[in-house]
Design a protein around this ligand. Structure first.
Ligand SMILES: Nc1ncnc2c1ncn2[C@@H]1O[C@H](COP(=O)(O)OP(=O)(O)O)[C@@H](O)[C@H]1O
Ligand SMILES: [Mg+2]
Length: 325
């Protein structure tokens, strides 16, 4: 066990003295002359659900294949619970439960028999643990159906249940929501949150869909052309501005802006004359003052909308306008 402690006093991440469960350190993968993953570094800690986000072809699956020992690493290293994938492969890989692309099952066996079969091939999996993962993934009712009759969402859940059998410290899922409908995606999100909390493990989920990662993950690592673009904590108050940004549509924007500039609690951001719109920040408590002031000046308000800068807007900034697939 490596007892080295990592501490990031200046980082916006939660300070944790625990070593990361997954640590990529300048990982590089070349295939032929092409560099597919290029000096990629990031960490995932216990209890976190981290999204590995990038457009198709960004290198997500390649990175995950290296984490699960399916691809060799050309440069750098990956540590799992402190153990090097390159130097202590067996000690490192025991901590990983993963599904790359699609989980494989015996289609003519029930979900339960598939789990029993997987448990037989793994050390120290008790019947109680099988029951536990079944209930964790909400598979009780599907349990005695043949897997060939499972929906895609049920197959994914059975795959995750199977990956969790021997209590891995790290669960890695490559695009687990591909092909799921919105209800299936929501369900997957809820299950992953439940797993991260109740099992206290680290989860890495890859995706090419920003909206999905935004809702599912506590942190997102964005890659493009095999390189890290940025890391971003989701729902981190440090990333949020305190006052909501509002777009107010009025009949006379230049008159309105003169009024609002005199109101101390209102921070003007911009005036869009052509759209008859003002953009400002104001606390909920000061909204009545703002509305009264406009009404007294006979400015007609047509619409007030909160404009939330989404991860998508930020993503476009970070990547210089490149759309995610
Ligand atoms: N075995 C391989 N041989 C050659 N090129 C590969 C191989 N696997 C992936 N690639 C290339 O590496 C790039 C990244 O692929 P991949 O890791 O699958 O991206 P993602 O999972 O983000 O869509 C792509 O350009 C792909 O064509
Ligand atoms: Mg992929």
């Amino acid at each position: 066990m490596n007892l080295e402690q990592t501490n990031h006093p200046n980082s916006s991440q939660q300070v944790s003295h625990e070593q990361p469960v997954l640590m990529l350190d300048q990982v590089t993968k070349r295939i032929g002359k092409k560099t597919i993953v290029d000096r990629l570094s990031f960490e995932v800690r216990r209890g976190e659900i981290v999204g590995l986000l990038g457009p198709n072809g960004a290198g997500k699956t390649t990175a995950i294949r290296m984490m699960t020992g399916l691809f060799t690493i050309n440069e750098g290293d990956i540590r799992i619970a402190g153990q090097s994938i390159r130097k202590q492969f067996k000690q490192a890989i025991v901590h990983v439960g993963g599904i790359i692309e699609n989980p494989e099952f015996y289609p003519y066996m029930s979900g339960f028999d598939n789990l029993k079969q997987a448990a037989r091939m793994t050390d120290n999996v008790t019947d109680a643990r099988i029951t536990e993962v079944i209930s964790l993934l909400g598979l009780q009712e599907a349990l005695h159906k043949k897997v060939k009759a499972y929906s895609l969402g049920m197959r994914q859940r059975l795959g995750i249940a199977q990956a969790l059998l021997d209590r891995p410290k790290l669960l890695i899922l490559d695009e687990p929501t591909n092909g799921l409908d919105p209800a299936g995606i929501r369900e997957m999100r809820d299950y992953l949150k439940k797993i991260a909390q109740s099992e206290g493990i680290a989860i890495l989920v890859s995706s090419h869909l920003l909206s999905e990662v935004e809702q599912m993950c506590t942190r997102v690592v964005i890659i493009q052309n095999g390189k890290l673009v940025t890391e971003h904590n989701i729902g981190d108050p440090k990333n949020a501005t305190l006052l909501p940004e509002l777009r107010i549509r009025v009949d006379r924007p230049s008159a309105a802006v003169q009024i609002l500039k005199k109101l101390e609690p209102v921070q003007m951001i911009e005036v869009k004359e052509d759209a008859s719109e003002l953009v400002c920040r104001v606390a909920d408590a000061d909204m009545p003052t703002l509305i009264d002031a406009l009404r007294e000046a006979d400015v007609v308000v047509y619409r007030i909308a909160e404009s939330k800068k989404s991860l998508e807007d930020e993503f476009l900034q970070w990547t210089g306008g490149n759309q995610i697939a």
